[in-house]
Design a protein around this ligand. Structure first.
Ligand SMILES: [Zn+2]
Length: 237
């Protein structure tokens, strides 16, 4: 291997980190060119190390790496964005890191994906104290949709074909994402048409458009569907 191919630059997000050994860190990185992968930041916790204090979780930056058989090594890290909107408030930070951890579990290692990078970046850029959980819920739905795990849910009864009125309760069969009226079935999951409409809107709209505007509060009710969706998705993957 020649010298040139051993080193590379990569811009990306540090999304998680763990302490190992004596003052080293292992970082979970989402790079623009290489997707998700773990790297080692040798000595990052040691007093005189050049990485010390720079390789924080939830930063966008540009790294200089050296290839290794096991984990690549991070040699230098230049911070581009610190996401102060997240770091100035403890609750927002906890929400942001929790949702990022939930999201990254669905991402394969070493696969470049610009759409996923954008979803993560926009989420971190736009999450705010007053809409942290709704932002996180929408992030997960858009990611699952992107991975082909979520279909639209029809808004008429699958059995009798009747279109529902706005204040009606529907019965949802989450196994096949179909809904029934109360006359046609007696399933466990009762849900408002309004929530199904919001879900379909989230699948329709661009993430950036939803999260970057005041309209995000319109989607708060989606939290009623999240435990059901989460359980269903975890069954599948
Ligand atoms: Zn029916």
């Amino acid at each position: 291997m020649n010298l040139e191919s051993r080193y590379y630059y990569e811009e990306g997000l540090i999304i998680d980190r763990r302490k190992i050994g004596d003052g080293d860190l292992v970082l979970l990185f989402y790079g623009k060119e290489k997707g998700k992968y773990w790297v080692k930041a040798p000595g990052a916790l040691k007093i005189k190390n050049r990485l010390r204090g720079k390789v924080e979780v939830i930063t966008l930056g540009k790294g200089y790496f050296v290839k290794r058989k096991e984990l690549d090594l991070l040699i230098n890290w230049e911070v581009i964005e610190r996401f102060d909107n997240i770091k100035r408030d403890v609750d927002t930070f906890i929400h942001a890191t929790t949702y990022i951890k939930r999201a990254e579990k669905f991402l394969p290692e070493g696969v470049k994906d610009n759409e996923v990078f954008d979803l993560l970046y926009i989420f971190l850029k736009e999450i705010k104290k007053n809409n942290a959980t709704t932002s996180g819920d929408i992030l997960l739905i858009k990611l699952w949709q992107k991975l082909g795990l979520l279909p639209f849910i029809p808004t008429n009864c699958v059995k009798c074909g009747r279109k529902f009125s706005s204040d009606e309760k529907l019965l949802l069969n989450i196994e096949d994402y179909k809904v029934y009226c109360v006359d046609c079935n007696n399933l466990d999951i009762e849900i408002d048409l309004e929530v199904i409409n919001k879900y379909n809107e989230i699948l329709t709209y661009d993430f950036n458009y939803m999260i970057g505007s005041n309209m995000i509060t319109r989607f708060e009710e989606i939290k009623k569907l999240m435990p059901i969706l989460t359980k269903r998705i975890e069954q599948e993957v």
